[in-house]
Design a protein around this ligand. Structure first.
Ligand SMILES: Cc1cc2nc3c(=O)[nH]c(=O)nc-3n(C[C@H](O)[C@H](O)[C@H](O)COP(=O)(O)OP(=O)(O)OC[C@H]3O[C@@H](n4cnc5c(N)ncnc54)[C@H](O)[C@@H]3O)c2cc1C
Length: 382
């Protein structure tokens, strides 16, 4: 284990957007046993604590963090095979993109479109990472979890994690440590021996299908999906490429807003929108004596159709262009994608937050939509 740190390591050193002050203590356990012991000790101390993986979804304030940061560096993958599936148990500190590269090389499909997302595997369920038509929820079976409230270690099936668009119970309510993640992927080995290549899951994202010169629903070699996703991400500054100044970010800073269909009709026709599936409602049997065919059905649930909007479109059409920055600020909108806020060098967490507030205010004034931040803010508020 990397020892308790008196050295001046800051959140700026530990996060991809490179802002933030010094935590009082920094511990970096490398084995599962050490991780659990370290986290239990931090909880028992009664002081503030924070878990950190790759720091790619965290934006910290520049004040000192008066507690313990546990940086999760555990590594390792175990594999179980069953028919045409593989079940992987992946340690939380395993870098997500190393995992994706490994699965693609093995011919296991299911997470290939999630290539190039920075950070650790343990943080992936926190916001149910997603991109290019896949999300973690499609492959996640369960997590091995140490619960902060009860101190209990338990396996939580994915179905109980309330995984949604960039959200989960872990992001909103359930506090604790993801020790490891269980994934189920397709083993394409048998198929590949007939077809000559390991194929992806059916493509679900038009831009990815276009870039591959095929149609949505088609399956293409896994390695081609990975290479194409990496190329598309690099063009948007969404890869952690040290040579790219736009990579000093936390990825997308805002989530795509979800609004009612009726509200979306107040927006310009050109505003992109995607209908969300209707929520599944249970069948209800209403006793005849309770209903006379007049007026609303007793206990009926009103279904409000929802649509997802493009936060990038809203930002651009609120007059904020790529590369925008407030006068004198070292925080800027990415020069490649309006959804990412970047640190152009030495920006404080507060400078990033100021820019984020400005973007929010412009979009709200123009369209009446309040954009919600995607990253976890530490000591900062919008
Ligand atoms: C360039 C770039 C591109 C990105 N693209 C995408 C994208 O396409 N799609 C997407 O969904 N995200 C994207 N992101 C966001 C980010 O990469 C993901 O959210 C990633 O899962 C964060 O992992 P991390 O280890 O860096 O998390 P951190 O920033 O270290 O932590 C994030 C949160 O998870 C908690 N956490 C971390 N580890 C654990 C653990 N073991 N147990 C419990 N809680 C934990 C932390 O306390 C914190 O609340 C991008 C980020 C960047 C910088």
């Amino acid at each position: 284990m990397v020892p308790a740190d008196a050295a001046p390591t800051t959140f700026a050193d530990l996060t991809t957007i490179r802002t933030g002050g010094r935590p009082l203590f920094l511990l970096a356990p490398e084995t599962e046993d050490e991780l659990i012991e370290t986290v239990q000790d931090a909880w028992a101390s009664g002081e503030d604590w924070l878990l950190l993986g790759g720091g790619s979804n965290t934006v910290a304030a520049d004040t000192e963090f008066d507690g313990t940061v546990v940086r999760v560096l555990t590594r390792g993958i175990t594999v179980e095979r069953s028919a045409d599936r593989v079940i992987l148990r992946v340690q939380a500190g395993e870098p997500w993109d190393d995992l994706v590269a490994h699965t693609v090389a093995q011919g296991w499909s299911g997470i290939e479109a999630l290539s190039g997302i920075p950070g650790s595997t343990g943080a992936a369920p926190v916001q149910n990472i997603g991109a290019y038509g896949q999300e973690l929820a499609n492959s996640l079976v369960a997590i091995d979890f140490l619960d902060y409230e009860s101190g209990e270690r338990r396996r939580i099936p994915a179905a109980e994690l309330e995984l949604g668009y960039r959200t989960s119970l872990l992001k909103h309510g359930l506090r604790g440590l993801v020790v490891a993640v269980e994934l189920e992927l397709w083993d394409t080995a048998a198929e590949a021996s007939v077809l000559g290549a390991a194929l992806s899951r059916p493509l679900a994202f038009p831009q990815l299908a276009d870039a591959l010169g095929v149609h949505v629903g088609d399956r293409v070699p896994l390695a081609d999906v990975r290479a194409t996703v990496l190329r598309l991400r690099a063009a948007k500054g969404m890869l952690l490429n040290p040579g790219d100044p736009d990579a000093a970010s936390a990825g997308s800073f805002f989530t795509n807003p979800i609004v009612s269909l009726s509200f979306s009709r107040t927006l310009p026709e050109s505003a992109p929108r995607w209908p969300l599936d209707d929520p599944e409602l249970p069948d209800r049997v209403i006793p005849l004596e309770d209903y006379y065919g007049i007026g609303p059905v007793p206990g009926a649930v009103e279904v409000v159709p929802l649509v997802k909007l493009s936060a990038a479109w809203l930002i651009e059409h609120a007059g904020i262009s790529r590369g925008f920055r407030l006068p004198g600020s070292r925080a800027a909108v990415s020069s490649k994608h309006t959804l990412a806020l970047t640190n152009t060098g030495g920006a404080s967490g507060e400078e990033i937050a100021q820019l984020a507030r400005f973007v929010q205010q412009r979009v709200q004034a123009e369209f009446g939509v309040i954009l919600q931040p995607e990253p976890v803010l530490v000591g900062l508020g919008l």
